[in-house]
Design a protein around this ligand. Structure first.
Ligand SMILES: [Zn+2]
Length: 335
């Protein structure tokens, strides 16, 4: 590894923080890590190939799977809306194949002291039946009996009933499609929907990380009292946990120090998405900062607020590369 690894670590963090979308932040992360750790082009192709993106999802989904996958995703979204209502009632399952029964779990309003577990949830089953909407009245009744008595709960009840009606309707449409296609096709759609949800969850993590890292970089760029800068102290605390050097014994019996982040780390992507990104970013950023003078080279462009690593001379680059190139371009055209 040559002497510029610290700058490549800096670029990794800066490119991540400058990414316009969470999806692009994820691929900037993979590219930056490949460069910083010196992994070859084969690694990069492999890692990017496995990188889950909505673009890749759209490209791979077959046209005849589209409708069912769309409905399954809508069903997931509705279920999450239902179960995130500010209310003590949760929809645990809906068996729509034969019996058509909704299973609710209800947290008791008062602890049941005569039971072994006073906080045990009650289970309530409501049959949807073949026709009509009588079941909705039953849900409303359950709600009136078991949800807290409060004015604002009327709104929650209305929302719950609306969502449940849509949810059961969706279940019927999904069932009729599933009955008209081979089971393996239905199974495949199920897998696609799960894959999509995973990408979505990952991008939520990335969006949160993007915001966090923009804030951290902003604070470090501005920081005057470094020994008491909380952003820097927090980074160091994580770095000291992550930066554990481990020795291993090789095939020939020699002891060697295991690299902190092996190629496998980026290919297998084990563990929590949050830590997967954050630990590498912290490690890289601290490696960048620990080289004298680097902190002052980290700057924020006043024109577009992108972060960038300037030259060693503070006056040399006040604006980021893209803005300087644009200014040069304008000058050329004026001549
Ligand atoms: Zn700029």
């Amino acid at each position: 590894m040559d002497g510029k690894q610290d700058l490549r670590f800096g670029e990794l963090v800066v490119d991540f923080a400058n990414a316009p979308t969470p999806e692009e932040a994820g691929s900037a992360f993979v590219r930056g890590a490949a460069k910083a750790f010196g992994y070859g082009s084969k690694f990069l192709r492999n890692a990017l190939d496995r990188y889950p993106t909505l673009k890749r999802f759209e490209g791979a989904l077959q046209a005849d799977d589209r409708e069912l996958v769309g409905l399954l995703l809508e069903e997931r979204r509705l279920l999450s809306v239902i179960n995130n209502l500010p209310c003590n009632i949760v929809l645990a399952s809906y068996e729509c194949d034969q019996a058509r029964v909704l299973l609710f779990r209800v947290q008791p309003l008062e602890p049941k002291w005569d039971c072994e577990n006073p906080y045990e949830e009650d289970e309530v089953r409501i049959a949807v039946g073949a026709e009509g909407k009588a079941w909705l009245d039953e849900v409303a009744e359950m709600f009136d009996d078991r949800a807290p008595l409060a004015q604002e709960m009327d709104e929650v009840k209305e929302r719950l009933l609306d969502c449940l009606e849509a949810y059961v309707g969706l279940g019927d449409r999904i069932l009729s499609i599933r009955r008209s296609i081979p089971p393996e096709k239905a199974h495949e759609a199920q897998k696609w929907a799960a894959y999509y949800s995973r990408i979505e969850a990952e991008q939520e993590v990335l969006a949160e990380l993007l915001e966090r890292w923009r804030k951290v970089l902003g604070e470090i760029v501005r920081a005057e009292d470094l020994p008491r800068n909380q952003a820097l102290l927090d980074l160091l605390a994580v770095y000291n946990v992550v930066n554990r050097r481990e020795l291993a014994v090789g095939e020939d019996g020699t002891l060697f120090e295991k690299p902190l982040f092996e190629e496998r780390y980026f290919i297998e992507r084990a563990g929590l998405a949050d830590e997967y990104y954050h630990n590498v970013l912290v490690y890289g950023f601290v490696e960048f900062l620990r080289v004298a003078g680097n902190r002052k080279r980290l700057r924020r462009c006043p024109a577009c607020s992108a972060f960038f690593i300037g030259g060693t001379d503070r006056s040399e680059a006040k604006r980021c590369g893209a803005c300087r190139a644009a200014a040069k371009d304008r000058q050329k055209r004026r001549k």
